[in-house]
Write a protein that binds this ligand. Sequence first.
Ligand code: MTE
Length: 361
Amino acid sequence: MTTQPAGTTVHSSQPYNAEPPRTALADRDLTPVDAFYHRNHAAERPRLDPATWALRVDGMVERPATFSLDALRERFREHSEVVTLQCAGNRRAGLMEVADPPGETPWGPGATGTARWAGVRLADVLREAGVAPGATDVAFTGADVAEEADEPYAVSVPLEKALADEVLLAWSMNDAPLPSAHGAPVRVVVPGWIGARSVKWLERVTVADEPSRGHFQAVAYRLLPADDAPAPGRGVALGPIAVNADVLSPADGAEVPAGPVRVTGDALAGGDRTVVRVDVSTDDGATWHEADLEPQASRWSWRHWHTTLDLPAGTTRVVARAWDSAAGVQPADPAELWNPKGYVNNSWARVTLHAVASGGG
Ligand code: MTE
């Protein structure tokens, strides 16, 4: 049993989908495991026995291989990396205020979390198997079968990303064994890319000359024009995350004392970009001032920011937006971004604070 923070939202219990309140993510480099969001597609979570678990590496490789957990540990060096995972559905609730993407989960900003992941580099395993000429993509297959797909969860990343040093086959999360709920015994961690590519309960790595035809790559997790509908191959497969930020503390709707109020948040650039600036506004973007950025725990992790606002008594809407190292910035309005599956809401963050004048005077 885990002890989730008070205020955790359980969006569904089968499949289990849950996110912590935004304040549980504030001011911490690493998200405690109990506060880490859960995003699942299958009603039943696979329970894999680490003693009998094996990883198959096949497809366009010169030496197809099967590795037990012990073999992975013995054959390859362990590496660790602090990485933020963010679901493509993070902040979907903001898109739902524009129009309802039917049947989708109304995620807030809590479908984001950062952990120290440790395991082996996927690149080392692929090198051992020998990638055959002509290969372009690497698919990951998990052990879970989602009702909507009727096939094991499978997605892929381009070979170039699969061979990058930062992509891990992880067995540990925040210096403890990877919990079953987060994919034990081994999950993929693909830094900078939508969480959907970080396959849990990994059973198979398949090198191919095309992207995965699995449901969660060919139909779901694709960006569609507003007037289109999901079908195999429609729209574009989402990959690197778009620059995004949110206010994490105080909570949306919080009552605070009038006067100086410390406001903090997170920002994530995605891909191999970094967050270079966060702006905060109290007049809905007419004027901005720069927040202070905290140091990043790693180049693959979120960047926390903070500022102090002098709030008059009454209601203020605090708006924030991040810029990335490619001069990308968050768009103002969720209506510009609306898409039928409700992905990648990276419009300006907005929270409402109610400042109350102290009663003493
Ligand atoms: N892997 C498998 N096998 N099955 C899944 O349903 N969900 C994906 C990804 N990996 C999923 C999966 C999605 S959409 C996200 S955002 C992350 O796992 C969530 O990881 P977490 O539940 O550990 O936070």
